[in-house]
Design a protein around this ligand. Structure first.
Ligand code: 5GP
Length: 206
């Protein structure tokens, strides 16, 4: 398969509470793209309304550790007491089929992917300011005060890592953030290193 036909791996990442999940959902509701979401695996218990196999694959810690041992993750991280990871079995096949695969993962995991998949696109979702992040974590109401505090402290350590990403998208309004991501994906497709293959093919045909 020629490089230009391979799909893009798009990594949406950033501190917890920044609204990555909401932005990703908005992105998938938009028309005119062909994105595939890679469902992660976690040892965190499901929150109310979360569906196994859709929101996450919920597994025991034993099963997760076994899968780490068997090298079944593209990346994984321990995040505030639970494991989260990207199962790698489907991703390569989807990219080979030319699909655009989206990961929505925390910062440590994104940096692992950065090392492994050189042509992936890395997008850091940033809050408009720190207060917005704290408010969002509080409003979500799914975590106890101690967990909120750990997530907030972790977020502060993660902000400086934004420079390792290709793009920073401020989540001021969810739809704006999703629009910016679509614009980034379009621009990535138009990059010479990707588009030139098609162009060369055209020249050969003529
Ligand atoms: P939550 O418990 O709020 O669903 O997720 C906690 C954090 O884990 C979020 O920042 C989320 O993006 C991240 N996360 C979800 N799936 C994965 C994954 O497969 N790998 C990594 N490294 N982080 C993930």
């Amino acid at each position: 398969m020629k490089l230009n036909q391979r799909g893009l791996l798009i990594v949406i990442s950033g501190p917890s509470g920044v609204g990555k999940g909401t932005v990703r959902e908005a992105l998938f509701e938009m028309e005119g793209h062909d994105l595939v979401y890679s469902t992660s695996m976690t040892t965190r218990p499901p929150r109310e309304g979360e569906i196994d196999g859709k929101d996450y694959y919920f597994v025991s810690k034993e099963e997760f550790l076994e899968r780490i041992k068997n090298d079944q993750f593209l990346e994984y991280a321990e995040f505030v007491g639970n494991y989260y990871g990207t199962p790698k079995d489907k991703i390569d096949a989807q990219l080979e089929q030319g699909k655009e695969v989206v990961l929505e993962i925390e910062v440590q995991g994104a940096l692992q992917v950065r090392e492994k998949v050189k042509d992936a696109v890395f997008i850091f979702i940033a809050p408009p300011n720190k207060e917005a992040l704290f408010r969002r974590l509080l409003r979500r109401g799914t975590e106890d005060p101690e967990t909120i505090d750990s997530r907030m402290k972790k977020a502060e350590r993660e902000f400086p890592l934004a420079h390792k990403y290709d793009y920073i998208v401020v989540n001021d309004e969810v739809m704006n953030a999703a629009d910016r991501i679509i614009a980034i994906i379009r621009a990535e497709h138009a990059k010479t290193e990707r588009a030139i293959y098609k162009y060369r093919e055209m020249l050969e045909v003529d």
